[in-house]
Design a protein around this ligand. Structure first.
Ligand code: NDP
Ligand code: MG
Length: 387
């Protein structure tokens, strides 16, 4: 029996690489659902190629076009956020890969957990916003959440065979992004074109900006807390510009395990699909003769304040990480529209953290309200700064 896979966000960077993994192992995996937001032509081409049971386009305005384009095929076509939340519960689905970007991933992920689907989690925002709630739901429903994020997959791989051995420290590596060596003065003037050029990874626009601003690493610290049950002070970030060591775990005897490999997201995607097994792949291999040095640096939290803001949010807990995520989504969208400067993004996030209503023990409804309130406040702050 082939495993049936639902890919939320199939037209994105993770989504398309997941399809390559499925193609490589067509004897083991089959696409059950493909979804997108706007890129309808890409979704149509994927649907024709992989012949899923159903496709969902989140943007309802694209529904008629999509439906007509696939009219000659026996593929069910749906549109809208609600359809996305429903489709993940369909009985034949084994694995839901959450590869959509942002807060929009939260509700479908919750539904997939309730429907006892294995979650291959790329959408880190889900754990940033509501990690505690997601963990509770996953344990109530006995659902596995398997990390796709390369750092967390690395930690997960280091933990294989270590049941009962406590973690002393998780060491997340960070490439440092395109502005690693920029001075604060240089950062004042950086453009979105510069920020969109990541040295080691090809990713969607939002996470590429998050990587340049180090918010991505801040989010990954929060993600690590919820995935591995460690305290904030047990999570260390180290800049490793070559992106060869994907992350490390230090155990109580002082031994450190690391997972290394090419910067290729297909490896962690495949591991999440095949866990606990490893499958043969044709992906490029490391050549250590060409890799003459692996270097490490302290992250600079004066130039990259987002990392500090994320740790602060983690310490405060409650809905604070949700506030940071919402403010970040607004500032990144604005930065991509030339509405805010690179450094201005951290200012708005910090002020949004101060102004949004704090809730110590949020419910799902509280997260929804917090997300809306923080977005409104961040948007107002941006508008004011433009006047
Ligand atoms: P992309 O921007 O490349 O792709 C995002 C996908 O989500 C697209 O299919 C997009 O559709 C869809 N989408 C966007 N907004 C919505 C929405 N509101 N509702 C439904 N679908 C939506 O992003 P990435 O693939 O780079 O990243 C996806 C997730 O994986 C993010 O959470 C990111 O942090 C995480 N991740 C990514 C890594 C990477 O290497 N790319 C590494 C680690 C984690 P459309 O194409 O139509 O816009
Ligand atoms: Mg990562």
């Amino acid at each position: 029996m082939k495993k049936q896979i639902a890919i939320l966000g199939s037209t994105g960077s993770i989504g398309t690489q997941a399809l390559q993994v499925i193609e490589e192992h067509a004897d083991l995996y089959e696409v059950y659902v493909l979804t997108a937001n706007n890129r309808v032509e890409e979704l149509i081409a994927q649907a024709r190629k992989y012949q899923p049971e159903a496709v969902v386009i989140a943007n309802e305005a694209k529904y008629t076009y999509l439906k007509e384009a696939l009219a000659d095929l026996p593929i069910k076509v749906y549109a809208g956020e609600e359809a996305l939340c429903q489709i993940v519960t369909e009985q034949p689905i084994d694995i839901v890969l959450t590869a959509m970007v942002g807060y929009a991933g939260l509700k479908p992920t919750m539904n997939a957990i309730r429907a006892h689907k294995t979650i291959a989690l790329a959408n880190k925002e889900t754990l940033v916003v509501a990690g505690e709630l997601i963990n509770e739901l996953a344990s109530q429903n006995k659902t596995a959440i398997l990390p796709v994020d390369s750092e967390h997959s690395a930690v997960f791989q280091c933990l294989a065979g270590e049941i009962g051995n406590p973690i002393e420290k998780v060491i997340l590596t960070a490439s440092g992004g395109p502005f690693r060596n920029f001075t604060l003065e240089q950062l004042v003037h950086v453009t979105k074109e510069q920020a969109l050029k990541h040295p080691n990874w090809e990713m969607g626009a939002k996470i590429t900006i998050d990587s340049a601003s180090m918010m991505n690493k801040g989010f990954e610290v929060i993600e690590a807390k919820w995935l591995f049950g460690v305290r904030p002070e047990q999570i260390e970030v180290v800049v490793h510009p070559q992106s060869i060591i994907h992350s490390m775990v230090q155990f109580e005897d002082g031994a450190v395990k690391a997972q290394l490999g090419m910067p290729d997201m297909r490896v962690p995607i495949q591991y999440a699909f095949s866990y606990p097994d490893r499958l043969k792949s044709s992906f490029p291999r490391m050549d250590f003769k060409l890799c003459t040095q692996l270097t490490f640096e302290q992250p600079d939290t004066t130039r990259f304040r987002n990392l500090t803001l994320a740790y602060e949010a983690l310490h405060q807990g409650g809905n604070m990480p949700c506030i940071v995520n919402a403010a970040n989504e607004i500032v990144v969208a604005s930065f991509l529209n030339d509405g805010i400067s690179f450094l201005g993004m951290s200012d708005v996030i910090e002020q949004t953290m101060q102004r949004t209503t704090f809730i110590a023990k949020p419910t799902y409804e509280d997260y929804v309200a917090t997300d809306a309130e923080a977005r409104r406040i961040a948007q107002e702050l941006i508008t004011k700064s433009q006047q």
